[in-house]
Design a protein around this ligand. Structure first.
Ligand code: SF4
Length: 533
């Protein structure tokens, strides 16, 4: 039995994203006697944070009224909005949906915001431990969560302790707050363990790409916010692009695809690169260079897929729960609001109803209720989805029905069920050349000799059933080329996992059609090092 240090806190928060840090700050604002710590798997706060991000400042202002006195490194007031439908050659201006009006909002880097929030938390004597990945939950004899264990460091690839071995620490707390972000590994296990998603619609996700570009002088219009739908996405794929113009001739370029896409040959990464070659986008980016790039999953199921937010001893907040407002394409204000709500719930020692009821009755729950039917409406295709979105918007979400979601792993057609070859592709000349070149811009670091953190429970399926039924879609949906089918030396194929390239996006954990991939936390401090995404 390994000897482990034990640390005791009133509250342990897993994840230094906007939800976790807002919760920590609010807890200490409400009750300076509470001891609070935050665990972050990145070696520095903000390195794993990525979001669009145009934020609604309301919940941040409520938490920290003076936040603009020391803003994140990138923080640009929103200017004009544009919404366009793309064909292969043209961009057609459309009315901007009401949810996507951004007057009064700010374009920020989420990594920069998280660094500012961590500074404020530390000023309130919160212990923020970066480089420590929470590995699993701890339980007492009654099955209640009593904290988390951080991952061991210095484990060799074969699982044995190496020369730099250091055992993980047990952190015990009265309250464990899971703010791990989308598809958090401990959250996933606890949702299943406690059946928190029973009687809920299945959760559904998207994949989001983002690049920060430096453009030639005079090309960006600071504050311009542009969204597109249409080309190059097929009609049965939900998604679109964003272009957020920053100061100093920088621009955020991003692309989101729903992970409920049906074509096993579809490549989200390639769709993003194709989009950048639309005439209207290519003209903007040509001659520029990528400063930083990354990918993450988005949690899109909304209210009907929101699991119960509490379990004995623990709570789920922010993207770990699923509080993203999809029609607005905004999650940061919701995460901050949810984290603040969790802190108020604990500080008030509210025992009248659980945190789940508390959140749903508050502003965050009401906001999700209003838009609950918009994302699932796109399951019927782009134009039906837009018509449904218009109806839901004029009805303020008061339509008397709630549409269901479907699990993304179950949405792929088999190869023999499809007769199309996908959309025609245009030639590409903008960077990155391929997925490996894109990974370079994420500045990834993983200790090569650590155990593979992508657990495929049955690799025999890969070269047999999966190759025949889907042509190994993991080789296309992974944005970093982590999964490859290579010669096995005996005339067949085998799966090779290039785990050191992993961007921690969790898409494989979500989209694999056999549900046999588990993403678990690698050694603390591993992963991407996003610069201002
Ligand atoms: Fe994302 Fe999985 Fe690929 Fe890592 S291996 S980058 S988590 S899809």
């Amino acid at each position: 039995m390994t000897d482990r240090d034990v640390m005791q806190y009133d509250v342990v928060i897993v994840g230094a994203g906007p939800a976790g840090l807002a919760c920590a700050i609010r807890l200490r604002q409400r009750n300076a006697d509470l001891s609070v710590c935050v665990l972050e798997k990145a070696s520095e706060v903000g390195q794993h944070s990525l979001s669009g991000a145009v934020i609604e400042p309301g919940p941040l202002e409520a938490l920290l009224p003076d936040w603009l006195d020391n803003p994140p490194e990138i923080c640009v007031p929103a200017g004009r909005d544009r919404f366009e439908f793309l064909t292969a050659k043209r961009s057609i201006r459309m009315p901007t949906p009401p949810q996507m009006h951004n007057n009064g909002n700010y374009v920020i880097s989420l990594g920069g915001l998280c660094r500012r929030l961590a500074e404020r938390a530390e000023a309130l004597e919160v212990d923020v431990f970066a480089g420590f990945a929470a590995d699993d939950a701890l339980f007492d004899d009654d099955g209640k969560v009593i904290g988390v264990r951080t991952g061991d460091m210095g484990i060799e690839r074969d699982g044995s302790p190496g020369p730099n071995y250091a055992a993980g620490v047990d952190i015990h707390a009265r309250h464990t707050i899971l703010a791990e972000g989308c598809r958090g590994s401990i959250s996933k296990r606890l949702i299943a363990h406690y059946g928190l998603d029973q009687d809920r619609s299945p959760q559904t996700y998207g994949i989001g790409f983002k690049e920060l570009w430096q453009l030639p002088e005079g090309r960006a219009e600071a504050g311009l916010i542009k969204h597109t739908i249409g080309w190059p996405l097929p009609r049965d794929v939900y998604g679109g692009s964003f272009l957020y113009h920053l100061d100093q001739d920088r621009v955020y370029v991003g692309f989101v695809c729903g992970l409920d896409y049906p074509d096993p040959l579809f490549s989200p990464f390639e769709a993003f690169q194709q989009y950048k070659h639309h005439p209207s986008v290519h003209a903007l980016l040509e001659g520029g260079e990528i400063i930083s790039a990354g990918t993450r999953a988005l949690i899109e199921g909304g209210l009907q897929s929101l699991p119960r937010l509490e379990m004995p001893g623990a709570m789920l907040i922010g993207d770990a729960a699923g509080t993203l407002n999809v029609p607005k394409i905004k999650g940061v204000h919701m995460a901050i609001r949810c984290g603040s709500d969790a802190a108020d719930f604990i500080a008030d020692n509210d025992t009248s109803a659980g945190f789940d009821a508390y959140f749903r009755a508050n502003a965050g729950g009401r906001e999700l209720r209003k838009v609950r039917n918009i994302r699932p409406g796109f399951k019927a295709g782009l134009w039906a989805g837009l018509a449904n979105a218009a109806l839901e918007t004029v009805a303020f979400g008061k339509t008397p029905w709630t549409l269901d979601n479907h699990a993304d792993w179950s949405s792929l057609d088999k190869l023999d069920e499809r007769d199309d070859n996908g959309p025609e592709k245009v030639a590409r000349d903008l960077p990155p050349r391929d997925r490996l070149a894109s990974v370079y811009h994420a500045a990834i670091h993983h200790e090569e000799n650590q155990p593979v953190h992508l657990k495929v429970r049955d690799t025999s399926i890969c070269a047999t059933r999966c190759a025949v039924e889907y042509d190994n879609p993991c080789t296309r949906f992974c944005p970093a080329g982590v999964y490859e089918m290579v010669d096995d030396g005996e005339g067949g194929k085998r799966l090779q996992i290039n785990a050191a390239n992993c961007l921690h996006c969790k898409v494989c954990d979500i989209k694999d059609p056999y549900e046999i991939i588990d993403w678990v936390t690698p050694e603390g401090g591993s992963g991407p090092n996003y610069q201002n995404l």
